[in-house]
Design a protein around this ligand. Structure first.
Ligand code: ZN
Length: 302
């Protein structure tokens, strides 16, 4: 039985600043519990993301969702999983150095009376700034001092390869430098994962390449199946309706499309709960087949 509620909490704002609202979305899994907590939002270039898609069809599609190419500022949902023994974060947020609209994770965790010292595990989906850069504090020390950090072996190798900075396209060079520095700082705190590894009881890593070379999703088994998507499906409109379209934010565009197509075919019209880092409604929902082809993201009812 799934129960879900939205909690809007006014975080204590700095003196003189307007109060900020935090959305926390809770999925009660019986013994275990998931909260998606907001790290804020990103401000991204729609042209970079959607520029390679057929533009007339894209405009029509986005318009049906009330979106346009004027702006794209997706939310960032960090998944928090607690089973009574483990307190697990899926990704670490953007930290203070990426975009001013993101890096708000600790304020959101504080509304749940959690601090970084309470986190036992940080499981990375991939090494992009909005997922990784929150691991170090202003003094370059690991923020989650008591946590085991885990990342896919292929993903780690990609960002730690000195050739990556040289080869990666110009717009992502900062990502590569930033990832290598943070992963090096984590050092032995980091455990590397293979595809299919049971990371913790009831949590399995699943290689889902394309957005980045070693991107991992995480399957949650009990008692309700759920899948922490990371950025496999990074928006609720184009990625679902036209998973085959090329997305500029993907490192390997063809592989990312293949992953979306395979994943959606597998999960659509099942009870599997999807948890997307950049999906709306706290990221929680299910995939349905659309009558006209493609898929629809159905947020869980609030
Ligand atoms: Zn992302």
């Amino acid at each position: 039985m799934i129960t879900r509620r939205h909690v809007l909490i006014a975080a204590t704002a700095a003196l003189g600043a307007p109060p900020r609202l935090w959305a926390t979305t809770t999925l009660d899994l019986g013994g275990a519990r998931i909260d998606t907590v907001s790290d804020g939002a990103l401000v991204l270039s729609p042209t970079v993301l959607f520029g390679q898609m057929p533009q007339a069809e894209l405009h029509e599609l986005l318009a049906r969702y009330g979106e346009s190419l004027d702006r794209f500022d997706p939310p960032c949902n960090v998944t928090l999983y607690r089973d009574g023994k483990h307190t697990v974060l899926f990704d670490a947020g953007a930290g203070p150095d990426f975009q001013p609209s993101a890096g708000k994770l600790f304020e959101a965790l504080a509304t749940l009376t959690l601090g970084p010292e309470d986190i036992t595990h940080v499981l990375f989906t991939h090494g992009h700034p909005d997922h990784l850069w929150g691991v170090l504090d202003d003094f370059d020390e690991p923020v989650f001092g008591h946590a085991v950090h885990m990342m896919g072996r292929i993903e780690h190798a990609f960002w730690m390869d000195p050739e990556t900075v040289a080869r990666i396209d110009e717009g992502r060079k900062g990502y590569a430098v930033g990832a290598a520095r943070r992963l090096a700082a984590l050092g032995e705190r980091l455990t590397l994962l293979e595809d299919g590894a049971e990371v913790l009881p009831g949590i399995t890593a699943r290689l889902t390449p394309g957005h980045t070379p070693g991107h991992m999703a995480y399957a949650l088994a009990e008692p309700t199946p759920a899948l922490v998507l990371g950025d496999c499906l990074s928006n609720h409109h184009v990625a679902f309706e036209r998973p085959d379209w090329p997305t500029g934010s993907d490192q390997d565009i063809a592989a990312a499309a293949a992953t979306r197509i395979r994943l959606l075919a597998e999960v659509a019209d099942t009870d599997l709960v999807l948890i997307g880092y950049h999906l709306p409604a706290g990221g929680l929902g299910r995939a349905e087949r659309a009558p006209a082809g493609g898929y629809i993201f159905r947020p869980l009812e609030g």
